[in-house]
Design a protein around this ligand. Structure first.
Ligand code: EPU
Length: 332
């Protein structure tokens, strides 16, 4: 157990705040012992979806649970159980090398396997909820691991029961993904098709699709190893059709994705760019120049400065478009 340790290397935003107490979790057998400790506990995975705005006064437990294995297999599918501290992208690489489909569109998303159901990570027309079979969850109070099936996870857009009802009550220890040996490809998201063509791919494969996604992501999204960030800072808002039509009359170029007959999703990045924030920089914080949905820390920005910047962005989008943006990152 370490005392007063800087969390800067443990969050992709690169925010420098101390944890009063810090320890690594490498085996579930350590959990009963950790449970008995008096401090308030915070589980930290890849730290790729959090903004730290203040020192953490309790015990930060860094999830280093590793390992994966085939749980069962039939002619068409393989069920892969993965420990929650594995890096998500490593699992994507493993799956695409085996030719197993279902997560190739989700290549290069930073963070751990544990964050994948929590956030219901999604990109390029795919969401992880579509391949999650079960999630195992350690309950601090009950001191046991419970298993949630897909329905019980209550997945939504960047949302799950682990972010709402179960928040703070425990944490995800492993996830079972159901992957396809004969996948159907999802390349309808415009840029993937173009990228595959540019790569000279005639016959898509899970590997080719993952490489196309990686190339698109690298061209738009900052690498946290170079510029601190937590991916999309806000969710894309969903608005009623009537409100969309009114906005569309004023802004004919407003991009949109139908969610249902009455609801439309619109890209927050577009709204933020229209408000003039794209490429904005003040001191060490800013709005990424190639994707306005991503807030960045160039070196030593403070978490509460970035929090305030996000508030200014929310206010200006609200004022101009009448839409209240919701933050996607977890704020500590
Ligand atoms: N756009 C702009 N200006 C910008 C950014 C985007 O006009 O600065 C427009 C684009 O031109 C495009 C539309 O907005 O018409 C959508 O842009 P993009 O395809 O880049 O995706 P996004 O909606 O901004 C979402 C996810 C990303 C995911 C991409 C690709 C959310 C909150 N974000 O972004 O997820 O990679 O789609 O599927 O849903 C993340 O969650 O951290 C993340 C990176």
């Amino acid at each position: 157990m370490q005392h007063n340790l800087s969390l800067k290397p443990y969050n992709t935003f690169g925010i420098d705040v101390p944890a009063a107490w810090f320890t690594e979790l490498t085996n579930v057998s350590e959990l009963p012992g950790l449970t008995a400790l008096p401090q308030e506990k915070f589980i930290l995975g890849g730290g790729s979806n959090i903004l730290l705005t203040q020192p953490v006064s309790g015990l930060v437990i860094h999830n280093e649970l590793k390992g994966f294995a085939i749980e069962k297999e039939d002619n068409d599918h393989v069920w892969l159980r993965v420990a929650s501290g594995e890096m998500w992208h490593d699992i994507v690489l493993y799956a695409i090398n085996k030719g197993w489909g279902g997560i190739e569109n989700l290549a290069l998303i930073p963070g751990t396997v544990g964050a994948s159901p929590m956030q219901n990570i999604g990109a390029y027309g795919a969401e992880v909820k579509d391949v999650i079979e079960t999630v195992s969850f350690w309950y601090w109070k009950e001191r046991t691991i419970l298993t949630y099936n897909n329905r019980e996870c209550a997945f939504g857009y960047r949302d799950s029961i682990f972010k709402s009802e179960l928040k703070g009550k425990g944490f995800i220890t492993s996830v079972v993904y159901k992957l396809s040996k004969y996948p159907t490809y999802n390349i309808s998201y415009g840029a993937i098709q173009q990228e595959l063509e540019a790569m000279g791919v005639e016959e898509p494969s899970v590997k080719a699709i993952a490489y196309a996604v990686m190339s698109i992501r690298r061209s738009k999204l900052p690498d946290p190893a170079e510029i601190g960030n937590a991916g999309s800072f806000f969710k894309n808002p969903t608005i009623p059709l009537a409100q969309f039509q009114h906005l569309h009359d004023q802004y004919p170029k407003l991009p949109s994705y139908p969610v249902s007959d009455t609801l439309i999703k619109i890209p927050a990045g577009w709204l933020i760019e229209q408000c003039g924030w794209k490429g904005y920089r003040k001191g060490d914080m800013g709005v990424h120049a190639k994707q306005a949905l991503v807030l960045v820390n160039y070196a030593n920005a403070k978490g509460n400065e970035i929090w305030q910047l996000s508030g200014q962005i929310v206010d200006s989008v609200k004022q101009r478009f009448g839409i209240e943006l919701e933050r996607e990152v977890q704020v500590w």
